[in-house]
Ligand binder design. Sequence first.
Ligand code: SF4
Ligand code: SF4
Length: 164
Amino acid sequence: MIEKTGVPSKEAVLEQFPERIVLVKPKAIIECYKEIPCNPCSTSCPFDAIHVPEDINVRPTIDFDACTGCGICVYHCPGLAITVMQVKDQKVMMKIPYEFTPLPKVGEQRNVLDRSGAVLTQGTITKVQTSPKQEKTALIHVEMDAAHLHDAITIEVTHGSHES
Ligand code: SF4
Ligand code: SF4
């Protein structure tokens, strides 16, 4: 499916998620579906939670026990293929990479999009993190209803924004 539409199948997406109970704590969800020579996710993780074997083309795997949900790999993935998800009090807390300016503001409501780009719901921006080491990528924290856990992937970019 992903070859034809660019959108992974629901089954492929669900394979990347741990059981819901694991997501009481924040965990990285890696949606890297193609074999490509790439590994910054693995080399950037300070907790050794992501593994890419010697054959760098092999897709990464994650040890959810070791992952703290810190989000460092989110900044470092050039494919913007990693989010961090947590489910708490019937809400999803999602951390996403964002490479447009102006950055969203805390408290702002933004449309949350699914993998096909359709609007799923509205989310609230709860935190905007930037890093001096990753000037072009910010980490945006978005909160929404837990029903969207497996479908939410990013937020809509507002009119007039441009790539940073
Ligand atoms: S979120 Fe942090 S701990 Fe988890 S895999 Fe990414 S860098 Fe490692
Ligand atoms: S850094 Fe991103 S694109 Fe590269 S292997 Fe890791 S998850 Fe895939």
